[in-house]
Design a protein around this ligand. Structure first.
Ligand code: MLT
Length: 393
């Protein structure tokens, strides 16, 4: 018997697990310290009342013989697939509900989708980026190339026609840098993918933070994308579902490679390995798209936007260079005093009791940078910025 040897190539633990461990060690040693967590991008606002009411109704249905439901369709109930398609139609993207696959979140699907691709495909991943893309491909032993995202290119790398790739990851608005591709920027990637016969895996988990209608919220706003892109969406950041779990993956019907329909393959994969998202959760997710639901989630998103504004103002006042925050819940800053990411993490934790995420955890180009999230409590965020600004390097 042999274990998967590629697990030896992974860092010892997942980035956010390492941070949790370090914070716990600090808290155990300093039980009275009032630690403020702006590290992992986890939401703090409660679910919208429209969502809770829908889930209560659905729970009651599950308690009656006449309305009880057992296994649901693995790819999601039609009511939610239709609601997602209607939401996309609201900003001009036409999808058929059959192209929308409901899941327990974008993170799971971003990993699971790799079942569709051969292990010797070359993967192109921006650096820095959400660590799940790299780790899931390392686990499968795929060759990985990196596209450098730097301060100089606004953390928005453009494709290099000399580089050959089969699977391309794009996250816009970006985690961790907050950078957002313009239509032209995304068009360059779609053209590149089509020329290479590659597939783009487009992570749109933060699309709800885009405030400028000129910026694309979906890759399907870009001509040609239906022939080369799979998109991942999430209710986590949009509607506070990080603990409730629901997301969706869009696989266009006409997207084929080597004569195989990727939507057909994904359906085959999901029906084999997945039993669907609970009915109660899907009813809650459906309620996000009702008029009340949409108004209520906007109130929460505005709350986080205000946090982002507070962090941006604090960083500006402290003379710390940063990107993000405008169309994103993430602020990406240059560590002051020339510190490396983990040293800044330690200083902030020990001297200000503020937790952020070291940029180095997102890739080589993240060294010397640091991420703060706008998902915290508003008073705590203000206090964190006051503490951060008071530190001298
Ligand atoms: C993050 O902090 O980057 C996010 O929480 C990651 C995620 O959504 O899984």
């Amino acid at each position: 018997m042999r274990v998967n040897p590629h697990y030896r190539e992974l860092a010892e633990s997942y980035l956010f697990s390492t941070i949790s461990r370090k914070v716990k060690e600090y808290q155990d040693a300093h039980p009275d310290a009032a630690v403020i967590r702006l590290g992992i991008g986890d939401v703090t606002r409660p679910l919208a009342p429209a969502v809770v009411e829908a889930m209560e109704r659905a729970a009651a249905e599950q308690g009656e013989a006449a309305t009880f439901r057992g296994y649901g369709p693995e790819q999601g109930y039609p009511f939610l697939r239709e609601a997602v398609a209607a939401y996309y139609a609201g900003f001009g993207v036409e999808l058929s509900p059959e192209e929308v696959f409901i899941s327990d979140g974008a993170k799971s699907d971003l990993g699971n989708i790799l079942d569709l691709f051969a292990a010797d495909n070359t993967v192109l991943i921006p650096d820095p980026v959400y660590p799940v893309y790299v780790d899931t491909n390392r686990m499968a032993g795929r060759p990985i190339l990196f596209a450098d995202a730097t301060w100089e290119n606004g953390f928005l790398p453009a494709p290099d026609p000399a580089v050959k790739a089969d699977i391309i990851y794009i996250c816009s608005p970006n985690n961790p840098t907050g950078a957002v591709y313009t239509r032209e920027g995304l068009q360059a990637w779609v053209d590149y993918a089509l020329a290479q016969d590659a597939v783009i895996l487009f992570d749109a988990a933060y699309a709800c933070f885009i405030q400028d209608p000129a910026l694309p919220r979906s890759i399907y706003e870009i001509p040609g994308a239906r022939d080369c892109a799979i998109e991942f969406g999430s209710f986590s950041k949009m509607a506070g579902f990080t603990g409730t779990r629901c997301g969706f993956t869009i696989v266009p019907q006409g997207l084929t490679r080597e004569g195989m329909s990727l939507a057909g393959m994904w359906l085959r994969r999901q029906t084999t390995k997945f039993n669907g998202v609970p009915y109660i959760v899907q009813r809650g997710a459906e309620a996000v798209f009702t008029p009340h639901g949409l108004t209520q989630i906007q109130e929460n998103l505005d709350y986080y936007r205000e946090n982002a504004r507070v962090i941006m103002a604090g960083l500006t006042q402290a003379g710390i260079a940063f990107t993000g925050g405008e169309h994103s819940p993430y602020l990406w800053l240059r560590c002051p005093g020339g510190l490396d990411s983990w040293s800044y993490f330690d200083r902030l934790l020990q001297e200000a009791q503020v937790v952020g995420t070291p940029g180095a955890g997102f890739g080589r180009n993240g060294e010397g940078y640091f991420r703060l999230t706008a998902f915290g409590d508003q008073d705590a965020t203000r206090q964190a910025m006051a503490r951060l600004a008071a530190l001298r390097f």
